[in-house]
Ligand binder design. Structure first.
Ligand code: FRU
Length: 488
């Protein structure tokens, strides 16, 4: 490890020691989501189950609650419920990654954990450089940087990053997010026999390709996966215009389903579908665990002007990952559902039938800041009903319009903002509230709304209004157990 690397780690650890206590007493700290110990977290990275242990790395700025030269923070778990904070995996210490060890992925090969990531470099004159880099570990905890293994090919700007690597046949593919010189977003494929030497295959999807019109100026975090016989490209395009209920966030995350031909090296695909209907969801990544499940973590945040107004910033931290979710592909679309493991967090079940008729009603037994609600719609009588969470966000089902909307206060402007999803029917709403987050799964995960919200910390109320008969189950949820790194 270089001297620079050691120094950066030392400083980052000092920062954690200095602010950990302040961070932990923040009432908006989440209880069953992974967060940075201090500072800013963004994308999930390097997701893998390696020798039976789950590894979650994340983009991390330990020094500020703003974006900057990113580190890779690291958590591990045997059951996705009990976590361990591990030493820093990557620090931006070398000439090829000194302005950030940007996003990437992990694979196991010959018993070793291999991390692929983007070395981000900004020259003093403002120009950007990008290097795709490799770091290798024997134990999954300590990494040795090998350095760049892939340089910027012709035809692209330096917005070329986020390698996702997978094994297919007797070789390896890497897919990267890119921007062409004409400023069109693209997903670019490479091939390798040994993980060290990579040859360019070319663009397999992008703005203006495969029958797609203009579709953004940059694509980030591509992830090509197989679900139920379909090849699916998850990607986060930037620069889509609002269209009806679609694309209301500054940046989007979604997927194209189709067929990837590993011989012809083509990807025929259909239209883009957003993965989430809420406000705070970006840069998701998936992995397949040893039981064969495809598990997704997303960043429960987004880089927009509101992020610097999160109240957690005054306590020296910002952002979190989503809960882990299992993906399935059913009837031509992705379903996301909470992992079975989340049931281990349940305690104190309440079960009741509610007949809601008009005015707002409070059911004191259904309240809390860290709860799971499973709501089955028994009767809706063609009307509207709504659930008001802690007087700070509302979910509204309008049966006549076939719409579900989530409304909350914008953290910057204080104005109400809405995200809406069309639903042809609705029979169940599955809600996970943590102290300042909500993840709402409709009909087994056909649509998901993910959002942060910052209610009055004393308020635990859940209020129903409108017309409906609902069967409600409610559990209080315990938190993850996270074992901290010991201060050195
Ligand atoms: C997505 C992203 C990635 C990049 C990383 C930097 O949020 O912009 O494209 O690698 O964040 O932190």
């Amino acid at each position: 490890m270089s001297e620079n690397d050691q120094l950066l780690r030392l400083w980052a650890n000092e920062e954690v020691m200095k602010f950990r206590e302040m961070v932990q007493q923040d009432p908006y700290r989440l209880h069953y989501h992974l967060m940075p110990p201090v500072g800013l977290l963004n994308d999930p990275n390097g997701l893998i189950q390696f020798r039976g242990v789950y590894h979650v790395f994340y983009q991390w700025n330990p020094f500020e609650t703003a974006h900057g030269a990113k580190f890779w923070g690291h958590y591990t778990s045997k059951d996705l419920i009990h976590w361990r904070e591990e030493p820093i995996a990557l620090a931006p210490s070398e000439w090829y990654d000194r302005n950030g060890c940007y996003s990437g992925s992990a694979v196991e090969w010959e018993g070793k954990l291999h991390l692929f990531y983007t070395g981000n470099v900004k020259q003093p004159d403002g120009t950007r450089e990008t290097y795709q880099c490799l770091a290798v570990s024997e134990d999954g905890v300590h990494f040795e940087k090998i350095g760049p293994i892939l340089y910027l090919p012709e035809g692209y700007t330096a917005h070329f990053r986020d390698p996702k690597v997978w094994r297919q046949g007797d070789g390896w593919f890497m897919i990267l997010g890119a921007q062409t010189l004409k400023e069109q977003g693209a997903a670019v494929l490479f091939y390798s026999k040994d993980l060290y030497e990579w040859e360019e295959v070319g663009r397999i999807a992008g703005s203006g390709l495969n029958g797609l019109g203009d579709f953004g100026y940059m694509w980030e975090c591509p992830d090509l996966i197989r679900l139920n016989g379909k090849d699916i490209l998850l990607v986060s395009p930037q620069g889509l215009d609002v269209a009806g209920h679609e694309y209301h966030n500054l940046f989007q995350s979604g997927y194209f389903s189709g067929a990837f031909d590993a011989q012809k090296l083509t990807f025929d695909h259909g239209p883009f579908t957003e993965l989430d209907r809420g406000f705070d969801f970006y840069a998701p990544q998936t992995f397949v665990d040893e039981s064969g499940r495809t598990i997704l973590f997303g960043w429960m945040g987004i880089t927009d002007e509101a992020e610097q107004h999160h109240p957690t910033i005054s306590n020296h931290w910002v952002h979190a990952l989503t809960m882990p979710r299992e993906l399935r592909y059913v009837n031509g679309q992705i379903y996301q559902s909470p992992l079975q493991e989340m049931k281990m967090l349940r305690k104190g079940k309440v079960e009741t039938r509610l007949s809601i008729d008009g005015a707002e009603e409070l059911y004191p037994q259904i309240a809390g800041k860290s709860i799971e609600l499973l709501i089955e719609l028994v009767e809706t009588r063609g009307g509207v009903f709504e659930i008001n969470f802690r007087n700070s966000a509302k979910l509204i089902y309008d049966e006549a319009r076939d719409e579900v909307s989530l409304i909350r206060e914008n953290v910057k402007t204080g104005k109400l903002e809405t995200r809406t999803s069309k639903v042809s029917s609705l029979s169940a709403i599955h809600v996970f509230l943590d102290h300042s987050s909500m993840e709402i799964f409709l009909d087994g995960g056909k649509e998901v709304f993910t959002a942060r919200y910052f209610p009055n910390v004393e308020d635990e109320s859940i209020v129903f209004a409108g017309h409906a008969v609902l069967d409600v189950k409610k559990w209080d949820l315990q938190g993850f157990e996270v074992k901290e790194q010991e201060a050195k």
